[in-house]
Design a protein around this ligand. Structure first.
Ligand code: HMG
Length: 445
């Protein structure tokens, strides 16, 4: 069977940044280490006044198309994953196609366009849709453009405010891909949950603490489901495990849970027995609660072992390098984590070809999805072409007053007008609204 997967990746960050320990923490009267050590964040990305989900998505897509010398005829499908859409009918992909048609010869009139919604897992679901379309043989030799784009803003004063972010990831899904091949096997953990939602409102209603429990429960179900169709996973099977990263502290919990699950009944559990005992087994306890307490105690011990810390440092920590600097990009977040891990490998001179990733996506509401990826031999060229470090270094650093004004400027309920902080340079910009309240965009050379 021909390999299908991610052939190219581009990332576009919002052009402003908020420094969490040095700007946000003092204004909030909080200890900076709550953000750096607790949540694991340094800065978050924000959109400048002329940026939105369309401009960021179109800018990421244009970079990708330019770099791979693609024309609209090469693309048979444009799927946008977002939870920041501003229209309940017209999909963001039509706006992005319209932007791209301003700068390329030809058009996307014969490309299928859509918009995917399931909180943060929608980016991965869009990749699935593209994968299935190609596997079904309906692509006529063309590739799919998947764009995950969000302005992940919370209401001022919400505990989630520290985890905000804005940016887009564009990915080309194709046969014989350069970056990673996707496994056919997938695991799901899905349930009707009320942890994070936006019932016709811009900013989410969030039950933050519960959302973390739901994330872990669904992720565990997804891993068990993946193993039921793939194989019993072992920590050494994977070079990296990129998870959906609302903030790195969440992944710290997910990594421990995953490791505990994967080592059960393996040589690693045997090796650790003398130090921390064996894992509790449900049959040894009278109640589920007692069993869960024992598991929690075991995990407290496990996370202090050198064996676990080494594994975490090598397999999980590298996935967080970009998230620490950008915050939560919702639908793009797990794809940022994948890119961060491959970027780290390239910087360390690790040959990743043929190595495996386990990718854990999650969306509130709630659904986790887990699949494996095999790295392909074009990965290093693709990853070294990313300009994300430069983009991050060039962000305008907001002071707290400016941050408050930017937040207001992006609040759909307010009419705040402010000057931009940066100058557009070779990019799409939002210029205003048309007669039917549609958004208008131009390309600025
Ligand atoms: P909070 O309640 O303000 O923070 O907000 P906290 O008091 O729980 O502290 C956070 C961590 O910092 C804790 O670590 C503290 O101990 C530590 P933990 O105990 O959990 O390991 N801490 C410190 N560490 C060092 N020095 C200090 C210090 N002070 C505290 N001085 C919360 C946290 C997650 C609730 C909030 O950020 C929130 O509501 N976020 C939004 C919801 C969210 O991100 N949930 C994650 C799972 S759901 C998900 O991922 C889906 C999502 O992406 C949406 C989608 O799918 O569309 C959100």
């Amino acid at each position: 069977m021909t390999a299908v997967g991610i052939d190219a990746i581009e990332i576009w960050t919002g052009k402003l940044q908020l420094d969490l320990p040095n700007t946000f923490a003092p204004a909030k009267g909080e200890d900076p280490e709550k953000y750096t050590k607790g949540l694991g964040l340094e800065t978050s990305s924000f959109p400048d006044t002329y940026e939105d989900i369309v401009t960021m998505g179109a800018n990421a897509a244009k970079r990708l198309m330019d770099r791979r010398d693609l024309s609209p005829d090469d693309i048979g499908r444009i799927d946008v994953a977002t939870e920041s859409a501003f229209d309940n009918s017209k999909p963001v992909s039509t706006y992005i196609a319209g932007c791209l048609e301003q700068v390329y010869d030809g058009d996307f009139h014969h490309a299928n366009k859509g918009e995917r919604k399931f909180a943060c897992v929608a980016g991965t679901q869009s990749i699935d849709d593209a994968y299935n379309w190609i596997r079904a043989g309906r692509n006529r030799g063309r590739a799919a453009l998947v764009i995950a784009t969000d302005t992940a803003l919370y209401a001022r004063g919400d505990p989630g405010e520290a985890t905000q972010g804005a940016g887009a990831v564009a990915m080309l899904i194709d046969e014989d891909p350069s970056v990673v091949e996707l496994s056919t096997e997938q695991g799901y953990g899905s349930a009707d949950e009320t942890d994070f939602l936006k019932p016709n409102q811009q900013f989410p209603s969030v039950d933050g603490k519960r959302s973390m429990q739901v994330y872990l429960a669904r992720m565990r179900e997804a891993l068990e489901d993946f193993e039921s169709v793939a194989w019993d996973t072992h920590p050494d099977d994977f070079e990296f495990i990129p998870f959906h990263t609302p903030f790195p502290g969440m992944v710290r919990k997910a990594g421990l849970l995953g490791y505990r699950h994967m080592i059960r009944g393996t040589d690693i559990e045997d090796d650790l027995e003398a130090e921390i005992g064996r894992q509790p087994r449900e049959s040894e306890y009278d109640s589920w609660d007692a069993y869960e307490d024992a598991i929690r105690d075991y995990m407290d011990e496990l996370k202090r072992t050198d064996r676990y810390r080494d594994w975490y440092g090598e397999t999980i920590e590298p996935t967080l390098g970009l998230a620490r600097r950008v915050g939560n990009w919702y639908t793009g977040s797990v794809h940022v984590a994948r890119a961060a891990s491959l970027k780290h490998a390239a910087e360390q001179g690790v040959d990743m070809t043929g190595k495996k990733l386990l990718v854990g996506s999650y969306g509130s509401g709630a659904q986790a999805e887990i699949h494996a990826e095999t790295v392909r031999d074009g990965w290093a060229d693709e990853v070294s072409a990313l300009s994300i470090d430069d983009q991050l270094d060039r962000r305008y650093d907001l002071d707290f007053d400016e941050y408050e004004t930017v937040h207001d400027a992006h609040n759909h309920d307010l009419d705040a007008e402010i000057e931009e902080f940066t100058q557009p340079d070779g990019e799409f910009v939002h210029t205003g609204w048309g007669r039917m309240n549609e958004r208008k965009y131009d390309y600025v050379e």
